[in-house]
Design a protein around this ligand. Structure first.
Ligand code: NAD
Length: 458
């Protein structure tokens, strides 16, 4: 089938490459000339394991092209996906990019007499596809829906595992305006072997929000348990949650063997959720609820707990140091989770802002991030270092903000003596297995910190 994908971010490029590797002919469209040039050269504009290799393969096979010529892409395709960003807006989700893409597709449809299916893959609140998107396409094309197909196909891929997730999805959810649309999308996904849900446009939109909101809720629940443990002597959140994980409804016993479903990884304490999806999707659903006169009690609490996490970690550092003013603190991790270089809504940056506001100066190290962004948004906030050695030298404390396994493998016995004060606050409990030198002070989360303080070390 001939497929156009409008927007070549994590979702668009991975989907385009994925469809191409499944034998479809794909044209990816973007408005960014730099992005187009990068992809044409066989490089992914972001870190995603396996993506560059597969991209180069499908380009070489002639199955994927990249262009800024949307009209031609629409003229040649049978299905057009909208995969542009849907950032947080002032009042909920910002649909500007989706509407613009829908209009552009509509203008291109005006020039073709043939049936095309327009599919929203961006995450949009219920009612958007048969509202903003349908109206934009109808207005620009001069055709009523039905003369073109309209679908909604949310994407569930995880950054860091995006290629595998796209090619071996846990589910495919397809919402359709009519049976003709559904038939085209069923044919497109025929070779994918997984449960498929064919449903209404609004169910498809809601599934995505409900899924992400559940994950966010589990993270905040776990962080609330961590806060309770921090106030309860002789408790340890890791032990408590490991006990919770053994509930057979979370980890069933199948043929005498424990199965460990991935959802269990969300029932774990840390620095809070971040990234380009959970925070903005939870906020979008909250705004959507309020527009409908519903108070989203659970989601409001999820956000309140999450927003408080970075400050709680910084308070732990401050309590140990006595003051943040004049302190030098090394952040271990900038990405919102290991395996990606995405820093959108990263708890690490939220913590950096709190520490900087308290008067600390910051160094940072992350295995995938070697430079501050060129837009200058980190200027004056932190210095990105090449190595942990550089970031930790002379530091008064290290704060672990991303659970990169590399940090647990560092040679702490050599690194701690290079710090001005060998204090490590582990916001992800990722370094618990490390053997610390005798004079180092290591503090995890979700336990009452022991009464010793860094002053005792001085
Ligand atoms: P992104 O911001 O990484 O990429 C969006 C791309 O769209 C950019 O390359 C931009 O230049 C391009 N673009 C914007 N307007 C355009 C237009 N009119 N025509 C052509 N190109 C245009 O976005 P993303 O992270 O891939 O997310 C896209 C959507 O998918 C969002 O709604 C997001 O919530 C959802 N989603 C993201 C993920 C994820 O892990 N990133 C997972 C599932 C769903």
């Amino acid at each position: 089938m001939k497929v156009a994908v409008v927007g070549t971010g994590y979702v668009g490029l991975t989907s385009g490459v994925g469809f191409a590797s499944r034998g479809h002919d794909v044209v990816c469209v973007d408005v960014s000339p730099e992005r187009i040039a990068t992809i044409r050269a066989g490089r992914a504009p972001f870190h995603e394991p396996g993506l560059p290799e597969l991209l180069q393969k499908v380009i070489a096979e002639g199955r994927l092209r990249v262009t800024d010529d949307l009209r031609r892409a629409i003229a040649e395709c049978e299905v057009a996906f909208i995969t542009v960003g849907t950032p947080d807006g002032e009042h909920g989700i910002d649909l500007r990019y989706v509407e613009r893409a829908a209009e552009d597709i509509g203008l291109a449809l005006r020039e073709t007499g043939e049936y095309r299916v327009v599919v929203v893959k961006s995450t949009v609140v219920p009612g958007t596809t048969d509202g903003v998107v349908r109206r934009a396409v109808e207005r620009a094309s001069g055709k009523p829906v039905g003369e073109f197909g309209l679908g909604m196909n949310p994407e569930f891929l995880r950054e860091g595992a995006a290629v595998d997730d796209f090619l071996q999805p846990d589910r495919i959810v397809v919402g359709s305006w009519d049976s003709r649309t559904e038939a085209v999308l069923a044919a497109l996904y025929e070779s994918f072997d997984c449960p498929k849900v064919f449903t209404t446009l609004r169910n498809a939109e809601m599934v995505k929000y409900a899924s992400n909101s559940l994950l966010a809720t589990l993270v905040s629940f776990s962080n609330e348990v961590a806060a309770l443990c921090e106030a309860t002597p002789d408790t340890d959140v890791d032990v408590v949650l490991r006990g919770v994980h053994l509930d057979r409804r979370l980890a069933p016993i199948v043929n005498g063997q424990r199965v460990r479903p991935g959802i269990v990884d969300f029932v774990w304490a840390g620095a809070g959720f971040g990234g380009s999806c959970l925070p903005k999707d939870v906020n979008a659903l909250r705004a959507y609820a309020r527009e409908r006169g519903i108070t989203p009690h659970v989601l409001d609490a999820v956000v309140a707990v999450n927003s408080s996490r970075p400050a709680q970690l910084c308070a732990l550092v401050e309590r140990e140091l006595g003051t943040l003013a004049g302190a030098r603190i090394a952040l271990l991790g900038l990405a919102f989770k290991p395996g990606t270089d995405d820093v959108r809504d990263s708890p690490a940056l939220a913590a950096a802002r709190v520490l900087a506001a308290g008067g600390a100066s910051l160094t940072a190290v992350d295995p995938l991030i070697r430079h501050a962004p060129s837009d200058g948004s980190w200027d004056g906030l932190l210095t990105v270092c090449e190595s942990a050695t550089e970031a930790l030298a002379g530091a008064d404390a290290a704060l672990v903000t991303t659970a990169w396994p590399e940090f647990a493998e560092l040679d702490w016995k050599s690194l701690c003596p290079t710090m001005r004060r060998p204090l490590v606050v582990d916001g992800r409990n990722a370094l618990r297995g490390v053997e610390w030198p005798a004079d180092a002070r290591y503090l995890g989360i979700g336990r009452v910190p022991d009464p010793g303080s860094i002053e005792a070390l001085a």
